[in-house]
Design a protein around this ligand. Structure first.
Ligand code: GAP
Length: 513
């Protein structure tokens, strides 16, 4: 546990020290659970967004994009159910005066069984060596099965109680499991209460005419209310999807864990409109597709798992999370939801406008069903960043900190150095930069010894360093150093663009899907 916390602290401090993420309004002591992306963070975030957009919109003929406004008519949120049902169950500890999400306290308790299972796996792997079959062990070991059963039973009971709004039973469960306040250990709890997560604001200048608005808590509703506009103007045929990325806002009560749970964050969502009755197939297909997208980044199959929901959001008939192994354990990274026709029907009846599709093959109108994929961009940033940050022991006994980002996502693709700041080397280095910058985000650096410049780029995750030396003036060749292997090659200046492209081109990464 201490090791995990240590790693997480390193992630947060590296993000700050190397210009990726800053606390918002830091000079005023910060604003809790709100963060700013700095000069390198904004590039990484943009690259993740583009990698998603390429895979979801540009590579799929039947998915188009949208950029709906953050402000929406307040009736939207009544119809969507968010005014009445977008709540978190909260509980206060009477001694420490700290407030928690009751479901998170229970989920954290259950996560301890996962840790125990991991320990059993490690022990068995050691005992059986090469002949160890992890899948079989997980499916048959009595102790593992017992842990799984206990965890599932707790989650099932919690899910059912939340579904029925039986908050007394949620409190009873916390007491039965003897869950203490994570800060003080006290088990002196208040009742569990529901708390709405939407931020309110006002539209208009004068108090009597101003209209109460909400900041959107998900981007999805902008897609639903535009469903027919896009379908008609784009002549879209079912099944088809509408995707968008953008800010969402939630008044999260338990806002900790850095950019994992923020009050202002960005989502990348896609609503896929399908014929009623086919939603189950599409739900399964999108689960597979989204996992493949994650896998294409090569961050390790063992770091992902599905978690099928017991407790569904108010709009869903099936839901699953893709969980990622963050430094603080497996947590939700992306949700795949079968949203039925809940949203479109709700907007039809609240607006009085038909939101139906005419199916020429079936020769009839219907309200389509929807399968949604929804991923938090900031959470994806944290997954990529924390998984990439590594400390390596080198052969000469020193260590290096290296951010082994998937190079398609790296903020800078190459850094160009003159070996020394004289003899015409800076001019040649700048000329190379001027040429490469048309195709790649590249950086020029002439400060400090080359070894230190390499370390700086390792810490930023730059896949290539290119050094111009005195021989370059004679042979038009440079030294290119690879971040992960630290291998150096002598290559022609004219070959640089092709070498970089081969490594960072989204095509080569997405083709792994
Ligand atoms: N439209 C469906 C929806 O919003 P959700 O499971 O509430 O579903 C989807 O959110 C994704 O948005 C999550 O899987 C997570 O990655 C991200 N997310 C949700 N709340 C967040 C928060 N407070 N901070 C950062 N990311 C968040």
């Amino acid at each position: 546990m201490a090791k995990q916390e240590d790693k997480f602290k390193k992630v947060i401090s590296h993000a700050k020290e190397y210009g990726f993420v800053f606390q918002s309004s830091e000079i005023y002591d910060g604003l809790s659970a709100v963060y700013d992306y700095a000069q390198n963070g904004v590039e990484l975030k943009k690259n993740i967004r583009e990698y998603w957009w390429k895979a979801m919109v540009q590579m799929n003929e039947n998915i188009v994009g949208l950029d709906a406004a953050i402000f929406m008519h307040p009736k939207t949120w009544k119809a969507s159910g968010h005014v009445d049902a977008f709540n978190d169950p909260l509980i206060d500890n009477k001694d420490s005066k700290k407030r928690y999400r009751a479901d998170v306290l229970i989920e954290d308790y259950v996560a301890k069984y996962d840790t125990k299972i991991e320990k059993e796996v490690k022990k068995a792997a050691k005992r059986f060596g090469d002949s160890f079959d992890k899948e079989q062990f997980l499916a048959t070991n009595p102790r593992v099965l017992q842990y799984k059963e206990k965890g599932n039973a707790i989650l099932q009971r919690m899910g059912q109680s939340l579904e029925k709004e039986d908050l007394e039973d949620v409190k009873a469960l916390i007491e039965e499991l003897e869950i203490g306040c994570p800060l003080s250990g006290s088990k002196n709890w208040t009742e569990v209460k529901q708390f709405n997560l939407m931020f309110g604001t006002k539209l208009g200048a004068s108090a009597d005419t101003a209209m109460d608005l909400y900041l959107r808590p998900e981007t999805a509703q902008g897609i639903f209310v535009n469903f027919l506009n896009v379908q008609k103007t784009g002549r879209m045929k079912i099944p088809f999807g509408i995707a968008q990325t953008g800010k969402a806002f939630r008044n999260e009560i338990v806002a900790r864990q850095f950019i994992f749970r923020m009050r202002e964050f960005e989502q990348m969502e896609m609503q896929f409109f399908v014929k009623p009755g086919t939603q189950k197939e599409w739900y399964e297909a999108w689960k597979v597709n989204r996992l493949k997208w994650h896998m294409s980044l090569g961050m390790g199959a063992d770091n992902y798992r599905f978690h099928d929901h017991e407790k569904m959001a108010h709009y869903a008939d099936a839901a699953s999370d893709i969980e990622f192994k963050f430094p603080f354990g497996f947590k939700e990274l992306e949700g795949i939801h079968s949203r039925t026709d809940f949203d479109l029907k709700a907007h039809e009846s609240a607006s009085g406008k038909k939101l139906q599709y005419f199916d020429h093959e079936e020769n009839k109108n219907y309200v389509p069903y929807v399968v949604e994929t929804s991923i938090g961009l900031d959470r994806m940033f944290l997954a990529v960043f924390s998984n990439s940050l590594q400390e390596e022991e080198l052969e000469n006994g020193t260590t290096r900190t290296v951010l082994k980002l998937p190079s398609v996502l790296a903020p800078y693709k190459a850094a160009i150095f003159p070996l020394v700041k004289k003899d015409g080397l800076p001019e040649v280095a700048r000329k190379i930069m001027e040429e490469l910058k048309w195709d790649f985000n590249v950086m020029y650096d002439e400060k400090d010894a080359v070894g230190r410049r390499y370390r700086r780029q390792d810490a930023l995750g730059t896949p290539f360093c290119i050094t111009v030396d005195h021989d370059t003036l004679k042979d038009d060749c440079v030294t290119i150093r690879h971040r992960d292997t630290m291998e150096q090659q002598r290559v022609k200046i004219t070959e640089l663009a092709a070498i970089i492209k081969e490594e960072v081109d989204a095509r080569n990464w997405l083709q792994k899907m």
